[in-house]
Design a protein around this ligand. Structure first.
Ligand code: NAP
Length: 497
């Protein structure tokens, strides 16, 4: 159902540049509508902020055609030229950080300070890949015969299609788009229909920075018909997806009919292990940051918190005391540490996980209920800590994607490593120890793409981000990030002597 944007909601945005609130899709340099409209809601109030077009499959094909037509010129530019454009995009993103953060908080719910942090994080990928643009170097290989010369050059794969989720509406885009553009690819992106305004504002700044028409296109609308086109059109050479494992698997399978290159950043089920020799305060701080950031709606957030039996109660008390102090409310309203969940469905999942943990013997130390006094219309849930959770509880088997820390006791190192690895997910993992030998042993034994040792925050543009097992394929960030958008070409030359 489409409602008129609530004027009060829009006014609260108080943007210095109201033109950054784009209620149109971007195809071939033009802001376009059509196909009906979809409401974008503020999850803190449930009221509409505005609308975006519900584009058709045909419009999606137009966006691919535009990216395809723009590719020869963009790839032919010097790396230096592309790097300068990206650098301008980075500068504009940081110049407009306040507006971009307000838009993000309004459509996604995270507190303003977190939204500012995400914009800076997103911008850091644009900056990093503007620098990496000039380092897509190839290789010379000693020939396999006296008259043979071997070299490998790396070329942009072509048109890239990207689908991104709502939990990090800017960073998940920058992490894909910046490396793709840096090496000469062109892009069609479909952001989540829940959070399209961040994507559209970033794209508007990209235009201002000098991205030529067609190089970056943003399509909005129903996911399934748009996704069908992006995963089947022969002109798309590469498909890159961030979202749930179930959807990622389905879309990756569709890509195989035209043998597209595929990158997947999927769901996690992160273990967070507190060994008996850990610094307890540091571990509690790390768990708080990892678990409650973004209302627990991150793919890398601690999902199973294993605490050595000798520390369990002391750790639980510290974490519960800190979580109980988090201020829950509308992210745009000043002193807020935790915003709402994205919608009622997310709230229902959190409630199901808490009820299951409690029925299995878990003890709620703080929270464990909705927090309606935090604001009307939003899915607010109190930061929750549950002690003595059973290892087979739902909370241990699925991503909760909410502000609930379930603590599980363990007895020894080999047992906890085995339990930590007993999942099909393999994205992030964390552990706290002060024993140097254990630090090496456990880091090597954890079957995850990323390990946080004595820290609960691991993401940066300068290191590879990604998972193994069913958490994904490929890496984003660092120099690994550009490789995902480059095709190595071997040149085997016979040389007369
Ligand atoms: P999701 O339901 O899989 O949605 C992700 C994206 O896919 C959205 O743009 C969504 O569009 C789109 N989509 C959904 N169904 C589709 C279909 N049939 N065809 C084409 N596109 C489709 O995931 P989510 O709930 O938004 O995000 C949370 C998940 O993402 C969690 O599992 C989290 O762990 C994971 N995640 C992973 C990473 C990582 O780096 N590994 C980072 C962030 C999040 P609409 O929203 O418009 O429906």
């Amino acid at each position: 159902m489409v409602t008129t944007a609530n004027a009060e909601e829009t006014a609260r945005l108080a943007l210095a540049r109201p033109d950054l609130l784009k209620q149109a899709a971007l195809i071939d340099g033009d802001w376009v509508g059509g196909g009906g409209a979809i409401d974008v809601l503020n999850p803190a109030s449930g009221r509409a902020l505005g609308t975006v077009p519900n584009l058709s499959a045909a419009a999606t094909r137009d966006a691919i055609a535009a990216a395809h037509a723009a590719f020869p010129d963009w790839r032919a530019r010097s790396a230096h030229d592309r790097a300068r454009t990206l650098r301008r995009w980075f500068d504009l993103t940081m110049e407009n950080v306040d507006d971009l953060a307000r838009l993000m908080t309004a459509e996604q719910g995270k507190p303003l300070a977190e939204a500012r942090g995400e914009i800076a994080y997103a911008a850091s990928f644009i900056e990093w890949f503007s620098e990496e643009a000039r380092r897509a170097t190839g290789e010379i290989i000693p020939g396999h015969a006296a008259d043979m010369r071997l070299s490998v050059i790396k070329q942009p794969v072509g048109v890239v299609a990207a689908i991104t989720p709502w939990n990090f509406p800017a960073a998940m885009i920058a992490r894909k788009v910046a490396p793709a553009l840096a090496v000469g690819c062109t892009v069609v992106i479909k952001p989540s229909e829940l959070t399209p305004f961040s994507a559209l504002a970033l794209a508007a700044l990209g235009q201002e920075a000098g991205l030529p028409s067609g190089v970056l296109n943003v399509v909005t609308g129903d996911a399934a018909p748009i996704g069908d086109v992006l995963t089947s059109d022969e002109r798309v050479a590469k498909f890159t997806f961030t979202g749930s494992t179930a959807v990622g698997k389905k879309l990756a399978a569709r890509c195989m009919a035209t043998v597209k290159r595929v990158s997947l950043e999927l769901g996690g089920n992160a273990p967070f292990i507190v060994f008996d020799d850990a610094d307890l305060d540091a571990a509690a701080d790390g768990a708080l940051a990892s678990k409650f950031r973004n209302t627990g709606q991150t793919c890398v957030c601690a999902n199973r918190i294993f605490v050595h039996e000798s520390l369990h109660d002391a750790f639980a008390d510290r974490l519960a005391a800190a979580a109980g102090k988090l201020r829950v409310g509308d992210g745009l309203a000043g002193d807020t540490d935790q915003g709402p969940l994205i919608n009622a469905k997310a709230l229902e999942k959190v409630e199901r996980h808490v009820a299951d943990a409690v029925s299995g013997g878990g003890r709620v130390l703080t929270g464990g209920k909705r927090q309606p006094d935090a604001g009307t219309g939003g899915a607010f849930y109190a930061p929750t800590v549950i002690a003595n959770v059973a290892v087979d509880a739902l909370i241990c088997r699925e991503e909760t994607f909410g502000p609930v820390a379930g603590l599980i006791q363990f007895h020894d190192e080999s047992e906890v490593v085995r339990r930590a690895n007993a999942t099909r997910a393999g994205l992030a993992s964390y552990f706290y120890t002060r024993d140097a030998d254990r630090a090496v042993r456990v880091a090597e034994a954890l079957e995850y793409g990323m390990v946080g040792l004595n820290t609960g925050l691991i993401s940066t543009a300068v290191a590879p981000f990604g998972g193994c097992k069913e958490s994904g394929l490929g890496r984003e960030g660092a120099h690994y990030g550009t490789e995902e958008f480059l095709e190595p070409k071997t040149i085997c030359a016979r040389v007369e002597s």
